[in-house]
Design a protein. Structure first.
Length: 202
């Protein structure tokens, strides 16, 4: 699936998904209905009136019509807001678990996806810098420029001169901090917000 799928030739998102049948059996239109329902695609919506997340889900459904063994995704969350990116990654993860399709994703935005990966490959200037499980790769990048691409939990680990297993998710990051701080981990208190609603909207 390309980073920016082309939608100019389609009037609705349903037509986008239907175009996936061009290289398969024309009698399998029932798959279109299944995928539209699974990804909660507003099928009668025009692509230009749809959000980036909706267009990406339609493009993903189109790619899945032929039931591929391997799904290649090129920066699939590019230009998506954080919520849409999380929804897309969740949909891909569910697809991987339920169908067994192998997903290969090229991306530099790893906050939502890295903790779901089985393997992580990091490249530098065309060569392999690291290739292993996400936690081992993240741990190995502590002193490398590529560490900036890792999730916030991993960057906290680096800042704390991490020891032990590198956290990747927010939950793991909090558990790591609680362990480092011997359980003394709490939100920082702040002053009560007292401005009026009209002042806040100015």
């Amino acid at each position: 699936m390309p980073q920016e799928p082309e939608f100019s030739n389609y009037k609705t998102l349903r037509e986008v998904v239907l175009s996936g049948l061009e290289k398969t059996d024309k009698n399998e239109e029932y798959k279109v209905d299944i995928l539209i329902k699974e990804f909660e695609i507003r099928e009668n919506q025009a692509p230009e009136e749809s959000s980036g997340g909706e267009r990406k889900k339609a493009a993903l459904a189109k790619a899945l019509i032929g039931e591929p063994d391997i799904l290649l995704l090129d920066e699939p969350t590019a230009q998506l807001d954080p919520i849409a990116a999380q929804e897309f990654i969740t949909a891909v993860s569910k697809l991987n678990r339920e169908t067994g399709v192998t997903v290969i994703m090229a991306d530099h935005l790893l906050e939502d996806s890295v903790s779901l990966c089985d393997k992580l490959l990091v490249l530098r200037e065309g060569g392999v810098l690291a290739f292993d499980t996400p936690k081992k790769v993240a741990s190995s990048l502590a002193n490398e420029p590529e560490s900036a691409m890792m999730p916030a939990a991993a960057r906290v680990y680096y800042a704390a001169n991490g020891g032990g297993e590198c956290p990747l998710s927010v939950r793991e990051g909090r558990a790591y901090l609680e362990n480092v701080l011997n359980g003394d981990c709490a939100a920082v208190p702040c002053e009560k917000y007292t401005r009026t609603e009209s002042a806040a909207l100015e």
